[in-house]
Design a protein around this ligand. Structure first.
Ligand code: SAM
Ligand code: SF4
Length: 337
């Protein structure tokens, strides 16, 4: 019997943040220059990550996604990919990256076994890109996605957070760019992650609005969520040129089917993107615990899981009583988006 939480949800997806560092400072994610960084010695080693992935497989994990911070700033990330690719019974490894270092690493990542990749790209305007990321150059990211395509990665999904008054005028340009080049656009509703991104509901362009905009120009029909539990609802173009996905985390929360568990770069186990804290799994690992002891602890944590933050937030937002700052959350860069 798979371990299920208090709402009957199994554990299917493991998201691992491999670093809290990032070479960008996207205004909606990392609005400050400096943060309290995790000490190098506290970051999980590749050996520790591989061991934990093997242990998690026994709970029915089907997908592992590496994220951050920016995963490609972690030295020799391809070596971790190679280790995980060799783990028997792990069907799916993917990576979410800002793409700045992808052009130089695409070959090594592919050779190590990486096939699926998500690259964040919120705008196709170089000046706007600089303003949004504070430290990024659009050309580097474009070079990265084309390098990934050249080495043979597929699918290549392009993530865009749509913020009203910032980049909502580019929804169709982004779709056109993705369709023309064989990529898959994934739009993400702007969320109040972390504690400092000055989120307000009026800045969130809703899934419904995004869909209407796309459908008006490039007609689509709904396909549904991959495996029934993916965050994105997928739509295919009626003309047969691929798909898009839209993640309505704010206005169409999907807590009831959330099968994701997260490991922070310093080895905290977290059961919700909006959690206030996590369980220090690294301490257990480094104390010499056996595989069984670690499994027992993970099972205990998952079996009492009650998280449904986005459902609750949406109820409060609709009743006009939601206060974004009232709930202290772990920063997205620590947690891994
Ligand atoms: C935290 S990033 C980490 C991986 C990598 N650095 C990147 O940018 O793709 C993962 C994803 O979270 C998304 N994200 C960050 N802040 C967000 C916010 N406030 N609302 C919605 N999505 C957000 C990013 O756009 C990105 O697609
Ligand atoms: S969204 Fe990704 S690239 Fe941008 S600041 Fe956050 S972690 Fe860095």
């Amino acid at each position: 019997m798979p371990t299920v939480d208090t709402l009957g949800r199994p554990m299917r997806d493991l998201r691992i943040s491999v670093t809290d560092r990032c070479n960008f400072r996207c205004t909606y994610c990392m609005p400050f220059d400096e943060y309290k960084w995790i000490e190098r010695s506290e970051v999980l080693s590749f050996e520790e990550i591989e061991r934990l992935v093997r242990l998690f497989l026994s709970f029915g994990i089907q997908k592992v996604r590496l994220t951050g911070g920016e995963p490609l700033v972690r030295k020799d990330l391809h070596r971790l990919i190679a280790r995980l690719s060799a783990v028997a019974g792990l069907p799916d490894i993917s990576l979410t990256t800002n793409g700045a270092l992808l052009a130089e690493q695409a070959d090594a990542l592919f050779a190590a076994g990486l096939r699926r990749i998500n690259v964040s790209i919120d705008t196709l305007k170089p000046e706007r890109f600089r303003a949004l990321t504070k430290r990024g150059e659009l050309d580097d990211v474009l070079a990265g996605v084309f390098a990934a395509r050249k080495v043979g990665m597929t699918p290549i999904k392009l993530n865009a957070v749509i913020i009203r008054g910032t980049n909502d005028d580019e929804i169709l340009d982004l779709v056109h760019f993705a369709r023309t080049n064989g990529f898959e656009m994934r739009f993400i509703e702007y969320m109040d992650v972390g504690n400092a991104n000055s989120w307000s509901l009026d800045k969130t362009v809703t899934k419904k609005e995004i869909l209407e905009t796309v459908h008006g120009r490039f007609p689509v029909r709904e396909v549904g969520r991959e495996h029934g539990s993916a965050p994105a609802v997928d739509y295919e173009f009626l003309d047969g040129t691929g798909e898009i996905g839209i993640i309505g985390s704010v206005t169409e929360p999907f807590c009831s089917s959330c099968t994701r568990i997260r490991l922070t770069a310093d080895g905290k186990l977290v059961t919700c993107l909006f959690a206030e804290s996590g369980f220090d799994l690294k301490a257990l690992v480094r104390s010499g615990a056996s595989d069984d002891e670690i499994r027992t602890q993970v099972e205990k944590i998952w079996s009492v899981r009650t998280d449904r933050y986005s459902d609750v937030r949406w109820d409060l937002v609709r009743s006009g009583t939601y206060q974004a700052g009232a709930h202290k959350k772990i920063e997205m860069i620590t947690l891994g988006g």
